[in-house]
Design a protein around this ligand. Structure first.
Ligand SMILES: [Zn+2]
Length: 64
């Protein structure tokens, strides 16, 4: 099962697979920039029981 994201920019709303985006930390937590509109979309990193890294999109910004 692949992780799927939806751009939070309401006028964009483009769905993306994990393989479509680059997840990085620009100093305010992990995020990807929408390849279409450039909007910041924040994500949280998880590991499952087998050590596979998963990312889940979160609302707004992470609390830090
Ligand atoms: Zn977008």
């Amino acid at each position: 099962m692949s992780t799927q994201f939806v751009c939070r920019n309401q006028s964009c709303g483009q769905p993306w697979e994990l393989s479509d985006v680059v997840i990085k930390n620009e100093g305010q937590g992990l995020l990807f920039r929408c390849p279409l509109c450039g909007a910041r979309n924040y994500v949280e990193r998880f590991e499952d029981d087998e050590g596979n890294v998963l990312y889940e999109q979160i609302e707004g910004r992470p609390l830090q």
